[in-house]
Ligand binder design. Structure first.
Ligand SMILES: [Zn+2]
Length: 115
């Protein structure tokens, strides 16, 4: 992912992780594949720090378990994570509406700005 994408997509990727971790415990490799399916090419050097960050801020909690005979660190959402995801969803819905408006609201109060 290039730096422009990084700036814009990180919040979306975090939300993505949270929504899947709400459904079931997730581990890094499966999450990378899922993100790839959505067109985010994200490697372990990016995803693992992101997962650790979500754990450090209390939105995810990790534990070890075996998945297909391999010991994996799994992440599940916390109750704080669920609340954060619910609030973020409202914001994404609002952003989505505005992104698709033909004429987003002018905010500068200038009459002929950019004309
Ligand atoms: Zn997904």
């Amino acid at each position: 992912m290039n730096n422009h994408g990084r700036e814009l997509y990180y919040g979306l990727i975090r939300m993505h992780v949270l929504l899947h971790a709400r459904q079931e415990p997730v581990f890094g490799l499966a999450m990378m594949e899922e993100l790839g399916r959505h067109g985010y090419r994200i490697g372990p050097g990016t995803l693992y720090p992101l997962l650790h960050g979500l754990e450090r801020t209390g939105l995810l909690r990790s534990f070890f378990d075996s998945v297909g005979g391999r010991r994996r660190r799994l992440y599940k959402i916390t109750s704080a994570g669920k609340k954060a995801l619910d609030k973020a969803r409202v914001k994404v819905d609002e952003l989505h509406r505005e992104l698709h408006e033909a004429h987003p609201r002018r905010i500068s109060g200038l009459r002929n700005a950019g004309a």
